[in-house]
Design a protein around this ligand. Structure first.
Ligand code: ATP
Length: 442
């Protein structure tokens, strides 16, 4: 990834937000009704990118391992889960109101506790009060206390409450993990910074259950493994760091937490937290539910409550980090070329098939080439505008390869492949197209 002419960081953010709208990555939600604060819709290109981020995670965490299985648990959940997990009591942020402009802020995010960042008022804040971040609703037609339900604020509890179900049905034994990707909801006091902090977002979480004496070793293993995942997918090391929490940041049950942080345009921000959670979660649910949530080890003839190592990442936030890291601009023949240097695994389209001209005679062959590639690769097909402009469009989408069908193609059954990063072009017979492209996109 070159950083020769990466624009300075304030404009980088604006440029990525503009590109997202213009090219169909991310749209502000409910725009035709004036928008709905800090909610976003993922457009035709964004939905692919987000899917690819999640697929890359699933591939590395589930597909490539024999000690992790998947789960897709319900989003609507009864209060009992959140009572046991501690969320009803503790999942709060300190909220302050400005008495002058009525804006609300998270006290722990204020730079100056005496000055309102909204109106500049001095000493206008109320006392902080704990604000619970969970979205509360009612299941069924009666809005009674008995019908209260919550939208999950994290996916993790689904793994704990299904611990026995998964243990019995999958025949796994510790060390083993349960992975889940899905939506979570938090009534954030101050959402913002594009999709960095939203009230509805997607998480990718693993709960890894281990014998207690192996917890530290697995914690270190997951810290290193998760850091490497971002590097392997193209985040430069200069923009990624591992930050161990200070003792006063740790939750009471955690004996270690580290965050993987990315250098966002406004500073370092968390992409993922890896926590050594001890036996807190299983013990809490066992106590509250009255069910045994432990493991009987036949080898040692002993029963124990596994400890949990939890790598918890945000899919939407991570997608944004990949976009920011991939954005590049360079001078090409006196013009600025914008290019997303996304890892091929993440690129929304892998290939764009471009008939050189819209004339009828090229269309059948171009469609044939598209049909050859589509079962294997996500493809775009674009027949409008001059070829140079179509290349530029694909550069902005991060498409690694453009395949151009021209008039010679009709004679020699070959096509031109143009590579995104180098803009180099090679001529390849259609019969060899797939075997040329596939290894370069792995
Ligand atoms: P933060 O300190 O930023 O509020 P957190 O420490 O509360 O995050 P976790 O509960 O550890 O976050 O959740 C795991 C991951 O889920 C985070 O690292 C982040 O990537 C993602 N995440 C959490 N809250 C949000 C949100 N409001 N919007 C988008 N992603 C989020």
């Amino acid at each position: 990834m070159s950083d020769v002419s990466v624009p300075n960081d304030v404009t980088l953010m604006e440029k990525v937000v503009n590109l997202s709208k213009r090219r169909g990555f991310v749209f502000p939600s409910a725009e035709i009704y004036g928008g709905f604060r800090s909610t976003y819709d993922y457009g035709p290109i964004g939905v692919q990118l987000l899917r690819n981020v999640k697929d890359a995670w699933w591939r590395s965490m589930v597909q490539m391992r024999d000690d992790v299985v998947g789960l897709d648990a319900a989003i609507l959940s009864p209060p009992a889960i959140w009572e046991a997990s501690g969320h009803l009591k503790n999942f709060t942020d300190p909220l302050v109101d400005c008495r002058q402009c009525r804006e609300r802020f998270r006290e722990d995010q204020l730079e100056d506790l005496t000055t309102c960042p909204g109106c500049g008022g001095k000493d206008t804040f109320t006392e902080a009060r704990n604000f619970n971040l969970m979205f509360k609703t009612h299941a069924g037609p009666v809005e009674s206390d008995a019908a209260v339900a919550y939208l999950r604020p994290e996916t993790a509890q689904g793994m704990f409450i299904n611990f026995s179900n998964v243990l019995q049905s999958s025949r796994k034994k510790p060390p083993f993990g349960i992975a889940q990707i899905g939506k979570s909801f938090r009534n954030e006091i101050t959402p913002g910074n594009f999709v960095f902090r939203t009230r509805e977002f997607e998480q990718m979480e693993l709960e890894f259950f281990v014998p207690p004496e192996e917890a530290l070793q697995w914690y270190e293993y997951w810290c290193a493994t998760r850091y490497q995942w971002y590097i392997d997918l193209g985040i430069p090391e200069s923009k990624l760091r591992m930050r161990p929490h200070d003792a006063d940041e740790l939750s009471h049950y955690s004996s270690g937490t580290s965050d993987v942080e990315f250098l966002f345009p406004w500073g370092w921000g968390e992409l993922e937290g890896i926590a050594n959670r001890g036996d807190y979660d299983l013990t809490q649910h066992a106590t509250h539910s009255g069910e045994k949530l432990d493991y009987f080890d036949q080898a040692t003839n002993s029963r124990y409550v596994p400890h949990v190592i939890e790598p918890a990442a945000g899919a939407t936030r991570t997608m944004m980090a990949f976009l920011l890291a991939a954005y590049d601009e360079e001078e090409v023949r006196g013009e600025t070329r914008t290019v997303l240097r996304l890892h091929p695994r993440l690129a929304p389209y892998k290939v764009a098939v471009l008939p050189l001209s819209k004339k009828d005679d090229l269309m059948p062959m171009a469609r044939e080439v598209l049909g050859l590639l589509q079962p294997h690769l996500m493809c775009d097909f674009d027949e409008t505008q001059a070829i140079g402009r179509r290349y530029r469009r694909q550069d902005e989408l991060g498409t690694p390869f453009c395949v151009t069908v021209d008039f010679d193609s009709l004679e020699d059954q070959s096509v031109t492949i143009r590579e995104r990063d180098t803009m180099e072009q090679v001529r390849v017979p259609v019969a060899e197209l797939l075997s040329h492209l596939l290894p370069r996109l792995a």
